[in-house]
Design a protein around this ligand. Structure first.
Ligand code: HEM
Ligand code: HEM
Length: 198
């Protein structure tokens, strides 16, 4: 019989899916603002702008609320797991094996750090775009380039992330962890040999 071990707490799963939902809404509304063909098709630019901006505010507030009201101690422990980067992580990224991994592999650690940093940068540059429309002092030369650049890079990350999460046969079992919270103990031992589940 398959034995399952806990991989993600309820707080972590809620945070992941709230983040994903907000990201997709912002990506869709942002693309309507960005691509002329979509802009013309949808029309009502001022409304789309408002939807985009207020979804951004809602997104960041929701993530902060989940982090504050949820299992904070667990999140701090997870952040520590992500923060530790050792020689096995370097070997993993260089494609050298064996490179036994902890709870998160080196790619997942990078993805987490980049996703968190990008969220902050999206927020800051988005606020500057919004304020810049109201007060010229907030109009800085690189803001649009930064906001658009973040979108391109996060799209690339997302394509890789989705491929590993839902298509690649060796890794797609992880989907169970981020939805139901548990994963097959044998799978975990193979992919995360240095991780001891609670
Ligand atoms: C807290 C988060 C965010 C805030 C406050 C925010 C805010 C804004 C604002 C105020 C604009 C300018 C709208 C205009 O004047 O036309 C904008 C544009 C845009 N945003 Fe965001 N945004 C956020 C997150 C995101 C995310 C996560 C994405 C994509 C994944 C995104 C993609 C875009 C795109 C593509 C544009 C159009 C830029 C252009 O016309 O060159 N934004 N955003
Ligand atoms: C339908 C969309 C998505 C699916 C199916 C999905 C699936 C997954 C899965 C299965 C994991 C757990 C991997 C593990 O066992 O460690 C995960 C983790 C994660 N996801 Fe997603 N995800 C989605 C959308 C997103 C989006 C939009 C973002 C960010 C913009 C994101 C960011 C992350 C991060 C940072 C992690 C932790 C590090 C990692 O595993 O790469 N996800 N996701």
């Amino acid at each position: 019989m398959t034995r399952y071990v806990r991989r993600f707490s309820r707080t972590e799963r809620t945070l992941h899916w709230a983040n994903a939902l907000g990201f997709f809404v912002l990506l869709a509304s942002g693309l309507v603002l960005y691509l002329p063909s979509l802009s013309v098709l949808v029309g009502r630019r001022p409304l789309v702008k408002d939807v985009h901006f207020w979804s951004g505010i809602g997104w960041v507030s929701l993530l902060a609320a989940i982090a504050v009201l949820g299992d904070r101690r667990g999140l701090v422990r997870t952040a520590r797991d992500v923060d530790r980067f050792g020689s096995d992580d370097v070997r993993f990224l260089l494609g050298r094996r064996p490179a036994p991994q902890g709870r998160f592999n080196a790619g997942q650690k990078l993805n987490t750090v980049l996703t968190a940093a990008f969220t902050l940068l999206f927020f800051v540059s988005g606020m500057l775009l919004w304020l810049g429309e109201r007060d010229t002092r907030f109009r800085l030369a690189g803001t649009v380039i930064l906001h658009d650049g973040l979108m391109y890079v996060s799209l690339l990350l997302l394509v890789g992330h989705l491929y590993l999460a839902v298509i690649h046969p060796a890794t797609r079992h992880a989907l169970r962890g981020i939805t139901l919270g548990t994963v097959d103990a044998e799978w975990a031992a193979r992919h995360h040999a240095k991780w001891t589940p609670e």
